[in-house]
Design a protein around this ligand. Structure first.
Ligand code: TA6
Length: 295
């Protein structure tokens, strides 16, 4: 079933199938939560989430586009696309705008919702380029998101982007991320030093790393919840791994005191030298498939 509802100021859809439940908002075409039946939530949503127009909801899968992050995370090509000074706000211009619902397909056991933003008909401030952005969300026994960008203008587009997924974990101090062994990464909290991952990623403090040349499969191993969340990716070779820990989470909106313990962001992205260049008429898709299995 698919039910449209208002949650405070936001238009949302609640999707219920025999596999699980998903909540998403028209603002930012943002998945807010995703929970397979009989399991802990897979996608984390803050207990202090604010559903206000023009304000990103803390959690879910914010879409960062046409840039990810802030000034420092973007090369000159991305800066050049933005007029009127450095690129702000962080994480681009579309997570706080209503996208157009193209359709809902709820035939059979799977449900699919398609959203679009056309920057030719709805210009983005400071970013005068024509592109058609689409997000397709398919929920069956997994959750598959496809973010596609088509350059509908007459000159090349340079874009950095991310699906800024917040995953729910039992306790960040006890989980590890598999699949990034031997990957290069940038330690943004230690002067952007370039490092190489040894073994699984574990968490002992604030973590904000840009992994590069990432594989197509990564997993969050959560022994306390006896599960592995598997990420399968296509069209991206970067992943940001982020946990704010105590101090940073106190400086961010919509974070309860110890909420940092229960979340972990692994953000499938096209950032740094892995950013997108689209010639006129060209389209690119970035796909993220999320599933969870018992250990
Ligand atoms: O992806 C990690 C990050 O860039 C962090 O540095 C932090 O800023 C986080 O995104 C959340 O950003 P937001 O604007 O959603 O509060």
């Amino acid at each position: 079933t698919v039910e449209q509802l208002e949650v405070d100021e936001l238009v949302c859809w609640r999707v219920h199938t025999r596999h699980g439940e998903l909540l998403m908002a028209q603002q930012g075409a943002q998945v807010l939560s995703y929970q397979p039946h009989g399991e802990e939530p897979v996608i984390w949503l803050s207990g202090q989430a604010a559903y206000q127009k023009g304000k990103a909801v803390r959690g879910g899968v914010p879409v960062c586009w046409p840039w990810f992050g802030d000034l420092r995370r973007n090369p000159a090509e991305i800066q050049g696309m933005h007029q009127g000074g450095p690129i702000t706000p962080a994480h681009g211009l579309v997570r706080e705008r209503d996208w157009t619902l193209l359709g809902i397909d709820s035939e059979g056991p799977a449900v699919r919702l398609d959203f679009a933003l056309d920057t030719a008909s709805e210009p983005l401030p400071g970013w005068p380029h024509a592109a058609e952005l689409k997000l397709s969300i398919l929920m069956d026994e997994q959750l598959r998101m496809t973010l596609s960008t088509r350059n509908t203008g007459d000159r090349p587009l340079a874009i950095s982007q991310a699906l800024h997924s917040y995953f729910a974990v039992s306790d960040i101090q006890g989980v590890e991320v598999e699949g990034l062994d031997d990957c290069r990464y940038i330690e943004t909290l230690e002067d952007w030093q370039e490092r190489r991952q040894k073994g699984s990623v574990t968490f002992r403090g604030e973590t904000d790393r840009i992994y590069q040349e990432t594989p197509r499969r990564m997993a969050i191993v959560d022994r306390a919840w006896n599960r592995r969340i598997l990420l399968e990716v296509d069209g991206s070779a970067s992943a940001v791994v982020w946990n704010p820990w105590i101090d940073k989470s106190r400086r961010l909106s919509q974070f309860a005191e110890d909420a940092w313990k229960g979340m972990l962001c692994i953000e499938t992205a096209r950032v740094m030298d892995d950013f997108l260049v689209l010639r006129p008429g060209e389209e690119q898709q970035m796909v993220l498939n999320i599933s969870s299995t018992p250990l």
